[in-house]
Design a protein around this ligand. Structure first.
Ligand SMILES: [Ca+2]
Ligand SMILES: [Ca+2]
Ligand SMILES: [Ca+2]
Length: 401
């Protein structure tokens, strides 16, 4: 179905009034080998696959397919947000309430089973909008060392910004998962901590890690690597899984080889003006414009410069964005810098209206910037003082991403 849809869109792309390549997030990177293209197409179908109860859906779940929440590989509408919860305990530690079904709420269940409810004593309840999934193979192929070099945990350079990595200690289960991966990204598989880079709290290290968590937590589909926790890695199953390792590998290759979100109007004078303003306000200190990948077994991912507009580090965004919920080493007020590529295409997969920030609480770029506190407060003050012309240029730039 999806593959057919893509072909139709490609065939009609040259006629007026139909979507062209620059408005689509779906589609492979240029230059894939024939086997990579074949895996991409198989993975595309898996990504759209709707699981039935007979195929193993549940017993509790949130949605029945990956693309319910990532329509057209884009972001979700707030109505489809994932709910996660937990409790702050004495001394400031965070309890993900695993005994009561935490941290993720499965709000639906197959017939005869009870869906979960948020426990009454949860103190932190948050809602995560699904991000777009295109371009992530490039992100995965960035060496850990690149992200560690951008971190400034003690703000040694005194600019008020102190991004830090979500370092994930390599458990035996995680190491085992990576050992079975089809394309070990650089920096993974060594004895050093892995730098998490996927998810709002950067708690997943690789696309395989993220995919396994999605299958088991979002759809109740077990895999040979039965991801049991959002952070702690996975338990390995010898039997009783509902999709096999080859199907998981296809989805992972699909995610790895989705093209980067396309730019629009990048050469317009107003857009280039806006990019200058973006730099002057200090936005690019966190929303890093340019990154370079390391080696990769997928040749087109190796040593590529790309523009995600993120440093993939955790930043303290102040009380404005503190939901009392967290994962790993992140404080409740710390979030991974959202990559801004694809920002101008957000509304199209969200029903015509853009919803920004982790829970979609902002309905415009200005509102999203308005919630930037903590390390980003100085940047926000400079934005507040902008002349109208510069402000319009900044919006044109953000819209072009
Ligand atoms: Ca199941
Ligand atoms: Ca749960
Ligand atoms: Ca700094």
């Amino acid at each position: 179905m999806r593959v057919l849809g893509l072909v139709v869109i490609v065939l009609t792309a040259c006629f007026p009034g139909t979507p062209d390549d620059t408005t689509l997030l779906d589609g492979p990177l240029d230059g894939l080998t024939p086997p990579e293209t074949a895996a991409f197409l198989r993975g595309d179908a898996q990504f759209a696959r709707r699981f039935s109860v007979a195929e193993g859906l549940g017993p509790t779940f949130v949605a029945t397919s990956c693309d319910t929440c990532h329509p057209g590989d884009g972001r979700s509408h707030p109505e489809l947000a994932l709910v996660r919860f937990g409790r702050l305990v004495e001394g400031g530690a965070f309890d993900p309430m695993t005994e009561q079904g935490g941290p993720q709420l499965q709000s639906r269940a197959v017939p005869g089973q009870a869906p979960e409810r948020v426990p009454e004593d949860a103190t932190g309840v948050t809602r995560f909008l699904a991000p777009q999934v295109s371009g992530l193979g490039l992100v995965e192929a960035v060496p850990d060392a690149t992200l560690l070099a951008l971190a400034d945990p003690n703000d040694a350079d005194g600019d008020g910004i102190s991004g830090r990595p979500q370092e994930i200690v390599p458990t035996v289960a995680l190491a085992d998962m990576f050992a079975r991966d089809v394309a070990l990204p650089t920096g993974v598989g060594t004895s050093t901590p892995y730098v998490g880079r996927f998810g709002r709290k950067a708690s997943a290290t690789t696309l395989l890690h993220q995919t396994l968590t999605a299958y088991v937590q979002d759809m109740g589909i077990t895999t040979p690597f039965n991801g049991v926790s959002l952070l702690a890695g996975s338990e390995v199953l010898d039997a009783g899984f509902e999709i096999d390792a080859a199907e998981v590998a296809d989805v992972t290759v699909y995610l790895r080889t989705l093209k980067a979100p396309p730019r629009r109007n990048a050469g317009d004078t107003r857009v280039t003006e806006g990019e200058r303003v973006f730099g002057e306000l200090g936005c690019s200190t966190c929303h890093t414009a340019s990154m370079v990948t390391g080696p990769s077994v997928i040749a087109v991912l190796a040593h590529v410069t790309f523009a995600p507009y993120s440093d993939f580090l955790l930043h303290d965004m102040g009380p404005e964005l503190d939901d009392g919920y967290t994962e790993g080493i992140a404080l409740p007020s710390e979030w991974r810098t959202t990559p801004l590529w694809g920002l101008g295409l957000a509304a199209q997969s969200q029903g015509g209206q853009g919803f920004y920030l982790h829970d979609g609480r902002a309905h415009s770029f200005a509102e999203a910037i308005g919630y930037h506190g903590g390390e980003a407060a100085a940047s926000r003050s400079r934005f507040d003082a902008l002349a109208e012309d510069d402000r319009r240029a900044l919006y044109a730039f953000l819209e072009s991403l």
